[in-house]
Design a protein around this ligand. Structure first.
Ligand SMILES: [Zn+2]
Length: 393
């Protein structure tokens, strides 16, 4: 079975080993070594990448038979001595997140007796799922406690014990496997059975920052970033906030109130604009009736009001047809073209039928009542007006 060098020395970046097996699986080379410091995906921590001789290590898998499988860019001959080197920034990042997870989970456990059910390390953020729902205040307290332990720079130690001995120790979680257990300890804070890689001192974690919290399967899912990712996250937030505060000339603490004020102003202006359009519609209706065309037995008003919305068009059509003896056909601008057809109470045409005919003739959607109907159609105002002129004459 592959000797896992990272079990006893997580800081080891390069090593020499002998190729024990090299198989082609699904068109890719699967290399097994007598020893390795490449970490295979397990326990929520992703695999290492790096170099093995002249080959790139693309993925590392913990095979069921206990071997560590290196998926490489090219095959390597069995018996060959190779030098392996892991991508250290990636590994250090994983160790910061993973050790941070131990500390954060232990803080929830010690402060509030809340167990961590599962852990996932994502490419940008990590999550722990807690057995019960926690409050925002509890999360703030656990985050604060975690960072105190980070800044005390406590050692993180690893030792191997038999399962019987482990059963007598105050492990945070009962171990999932039998036989010899690998215990990872932060003195007076956390004792866990774990096969992952961890930093040698808590100070290397740098910072543990919770970035989100949500309800999940009857408990809480806590999203967090540690170390370098906490700095990246800070930079990203800083840039977003700087951009937003520059755009509306406020300081970061004023941002929320400023956005709410802008939203209110927009709402107020919309209401004001609607009132003005209503008033304008009244005047436009008078002008439009004066310019009505005679089509067959009808007096028809054709109007284009670029930029008006459907509600304003309806208001105008209603105002025109408030007087007896008129048919109103009003259009705005755009594609689809908003149009409204209306008639005075004493007119007998069916506005809904006219609109139906338009949406069939030109692609579009619409509907309404016999006295007022509206649609959006793929046509120009001229095409619409001509069609209705022909239909009414
Ligand atoms: Zn661990």
């Amino acid at each position: 079975m592959t000797e896992r060098l990272y079990y006893t020395d997580a800081a080891l970046r390069a090593f020499d080993a002998t190729v024990v097996a090299c198989d082609e699986v699904d068109g890719r080379a699967h290399v097994v070594l007598d020893r390795t410091t490449f970490y295979p995906t397990s326990g929520g921590q992703p695999f290492d990448v790096g170099r093995l001789g002249a080959a790139d290590v693309i993925e590392v898998v913990d095979r069921e038979d206990g071997e560590v499988v290196h998926v490489t860019s090219v095959p390597i001959a069995v018996g060959e001595r190779v030098r392996g080197e892991i991508d250290w920034p990636r590994r250090l990042d994983h160790m910061q997140q993973h050790t941070g997870q131990h500390i954060l989970s232990a803080a929830f456990d010690r402060l509030f007796g809340v167990q961590t059910v599962s852990f996932h390390m994502g490419a940008a953020e990590s999550t722990i799922d807690l057995a019960r729902e926690v409050t925002a205040d509890e999360t703030v307290a656990a985050e604060a406690e975690s960072n105190l332990v980070v800044w005390e720079d406590r050692p993180v130690t690893v030792r191997f014990v038999a399962a019987e001995e482990a059963a007598r120790l105050p492990l945070r979680k009962p171990p999932a496997r039998a036989g010899t257990l690998r215990l990872v300890e932060v003195p007076d804070f956390d004792l866990s059975a774990c096969g992952g890689t961890h930093v040698a001192r808590t100070g290397v974690v740098g910072l543990i920052a919770v970035s989100g919290q949500e309800r999940f399967k009857g408990g809480s899912r806590i999203t967090f970033v540690c170390g370098g990712r906490a700095l990246q996250s800070h930079r990203a937030l800083r840039d977003v906030v700087a951009d937003a505060t520059r755009a509306i000339s406020v300081t970061p603490p004023e941002l929320g109130a400023a956005i709410r004020r802008l939203q209110q102003e927009t709402k107020d202006r919309d209401r004001e604009r609607r009132g003005l359009l209503e008033a304008l519609a009244g005047y436009r209706a008078i002008e439009a009736r004066a310019a009505a065309e005679r089509v067959g037995d009808h007096r028809v008003v054709f109007v284009v009001e670029p930029g008006w919305d459907a509600a304003a068009l309806k208001t105008l059509a209603s105002r025109v047809t408030a007087e007896p003896g008129y048919i109103a056909v009003v259009a705005a601008s755009g594609s689809p073209l908003p149009i409204v057809v209306a008639r005075s109470a004493d007119e007998s045409i069916d506005a809904a039928a006219i609109v139906r005919d338009l949406t069939t003739r030109f692609a579009g959607r619409g509907g309404g009542r016999p006295d007022l109907a509206q649609a959006g159609v793929q046509a120009t105002a001229v095409e619409i007006f001509d069609t209705i002129r022909r239909a009414l004459s």
